[in-house]
Design a protein. Structure first.
Length: 205
């Protein structure tokens, strides 16, 4: 029995931010295996092209969008463009995130704004926009925020995600509860996923 036999997502459209590598790409692979059309976004065109090639080899229907979610003004055009091309967004995975390896007492405003804008503001605005334009009118949808177990229990600073990234992930864990308070009678579901430690590439930006 295949995954698709258990949950068929044919005809569904899934948006995965930070989908060019790591967890984002792995989740895109699973969504594609289940039959969804997958839209992946990231800042770097060449990484998106590599990811699209990987997904295409697995017979995944994939579209790439170069987008920097640190720019709040990019969210609405991103969503509207996907809706124009596909008509709906059924699944959103807010996976894109940033880390800054610096102690809190030395944390610059530039670092603070980068972490908060990408880890908190972008998921909020994207969830809000997709909800308003697609999921609430259609009374259906799923939004998943990739938080971190470190946001609940803390962790050593001697790792890739350091300092103020941890409380940002903690707030991301409760964001679905805040969004669900809107009171709309829909079948949409918002939930956080909190991965534990895993090996990944840590690159200077």
């Amino acid at each position: 029995m295949s995954l698709k036999d258990l949950q068929n997502l044919e005809g569904r459209v899934a948006l995965v931010t930070g989908g060019s590598r790591g967890l984002g790409l792995q989740m895109a692979e699973v969504l594609g295996e289940l039959g969804a059309t997958v839209v992946i976004t990231a800042r770097k065109k060449h990484e998106l092209e590599d990811a699209a090639a990987t997904l295409t080899k697995q017979s995944v229907k994939v579209e790439t969008v170069v987008n920097d979610l640190q720019d709040s003004g990019s969210v609405q055009p991103l969503v509207e463009g996907i809706l124009e091309r596909h008509g709906q967004i059924d699944v959103v995975i807010n996976n894109a995130g940033a880390a800054w390896g610096e102690r809190a007492e030395d944390h610059s405003l530039e670092a603070w704004e980068k972490v908060i804008n990408l880890n908190l503001t972008a998921p909020f605005l994207l969830s809000q926009m997709v909800g308003k334009l697609s999921m609430i009118p259609r009374r259906s949808g799923r939004i998943i925020n990739i938080a971190s177990i470190a946001g609940l229990v803390g962790k050593s600073l001697a790792s890739c995600q350091q300092s103020l990234t941890i409380p940002a992930k903690a707030v991301l864990s409760i964001l679905p509860a805040l969004l669900l308070r809107s009171g709309h009678n829909t079948t949409s579901l918002l939930m956080p996923l909190r991965p534990a430690y895993f090996r990944r590439k840590c690159r200077p930006e």
